[in-house]
Every structure is written in structure tokens, then in C-alpha cells.
Design a protein around this ligand. Structure first.
Ligand code: HEM
Length: 177
């Protein structure tokens, strides 16, 4: 029997669509929580805001791994075409860089928290006197890069939608073609 070539889908898998928008929302929520936790604020029940920030960060990490698995295991549309090979390559690289940074962000957060706890165990309240090994700065640097790429990604999505007019946003929505 003749083998029929599998069709390239027009849209991403619904699980990937759900994960894409949920993670986008959670990333922004966690940036707000991260900012609010900086002066040692507390939330409902007197729980430190940093606890909510860390929990949400770990949730994002788990969802990002789930997303990576779904991305690798499901069929997806071919890379969007801008009509320019260089821009197409930038688009492709941006997507993978978003994965790396969105995973790197919570990972460095976990390392940072572990680092802080270990210092506190060793030095008690004097931990604050020990110079940081810079994980906090790396966590912040990754956020700066991630924000830059998210802005690039958002701009590219709008460029496709309103200038190239290829209705690219539809690929990241639920429903049939
Ligand atoms: C309001 C903001 C956002 C808009 C409008 C948007 C829009 C889109 C669209 C239309 C696609 C499909 C592109 C294509 O088919 O080539 C897409 C894919 C993608 N988006 Fe976003 N996005 C947003 C936020 C984010 C954020 C915050 C992340 C950070 C993790 C992200 C990561 C990705 C990735 C990695 C892909 C490639 C598909 C995949 O492999 O999962 N997006 N986005």
C-alpha cells in the first residue's frame, strides 16, 4: 500500500496553545510578584510574597518542561515565512531562545533560593554580610533577555498579523483550521 505523507498542520496542538497562553500569563504574574517581594512584603495570611513568587516559578518550570515534551511529540505548523530567509532564521532562533530563557529563569531562581538558605544555615543572620556569588544578578539578567525576546516575539506576531496579513495569531488558537 502506498504511504501517504503526513500533512503539516495549520495550527499548533491544543495542549500547546493552552500551555502557550497560560505560561505567558503566569510569567507576567510572576514578574509582578517578584517585584512586590523585593521589600519583604507579605500576602494573604501573612505569607511572604516571595513564597508565592517561588511557587509560581516552579509551576512555570514544570509547565515549560511539559510544553517542551508536547512541542517535540506533536506535529506543528512549519516555521512562519516572512519572505526573507534571514528574518525566518531569527524567528526560529527566537522561539528556541524563549524556551531556554523561560526554563533558565526558574532554574536560576531555585539555585538562588537554595544559595540563600545555605548561607543562612551556615552564618545565621550574618548571611547578609557574605557577598552574593551573583546568582541574583544572573536571574535578573535572564529576565532582561527574556523580556527583550518577548517584546521581539510580540512585535513579530503583530508584524505578521497586520503587515504580512497571514493571520499568524490563528495558529496559536483553539479550533479547527
Ligand atoms: C502577548 C504576548 C504573545 C503573543 C501575541 C504571542 C503570539 C504567538 C504566536 C502567534 C505564535 C505562533 C507563531 C508561529 O506559528 O510561528 C507564538 C509561538 C510561540 N510563542 Fe508566543 N506570544 C506571546 C507571548 C509569549 C511568551 C511570553 C512566550 C514565552 C515563553 C512565548 C513563547 C512562544 C514560543 C516558544 C512559540 C513557538 C511555539 C512553540 O514552539 O511553543 N510567547 N506566539
Amino acid at each position: 500500500m502506498k504511504k501517504v505523507a503526513p500533512q503539516t498542520p495549520q495550527k499548533y496542538h491544543p495542549a500547546l496553545v493552552a500551555l502557550h497562553w497560560a505560561i505567558a500569563l503566569l510569567i507576567f504574574a510572576n514578574v509582578v510578584l517578584g517585584g512586590a517581594s523585593e521589600d519583604g512584603g507579605t500576602g494573604p495570611g501573612g505569607i511572604p510574597i516571595i513564597n508565592f513568587h517561588m511557587s509560581l516559578g516552579i509551576t512555570i518550570l514544570v509547565l515549560m518542561f511539559a510544553r517542551l515534551v508536547v512541542r517535540l511529540k506533536t506535529k506543528h505548523p512549519s516555521w512562519a515565512d516572512t519572505g526573507n530567509a534571514f528574518l525566518n532564521k531569527i524567528g526560529e532562533l527566537t522561539h528556541w531562545a524563549l524556551y531556554i530563557l523561560a526554563i533558565g529563569m526558574p532554574l536560576t531562581g531555585i539555585l538562588l533560593a537554595r544559595d540563600n538558605d545555605e548561607l543562612r544555615l551556615l552564618f545565621g543572620s550574618a548571611a547578609g554580610l557574605v557577598p552574593s556569588i551573583g546568582l541574583g544578578r544572573i536571574h535578573g539578567l535572564i529576565w532582561a533577555l527574556l523580556l527583550l525576546l518577548i517584546l521581539l516575539h510580540f512585535g513579530a506576531a503583530m508584524f505578521h498579523q497586520f503587515f504580512i496579513k497571514d493571520n499568524l495569531l490563528k495558529r496559536m488558537t483553539f479550533g479547527k483550521k
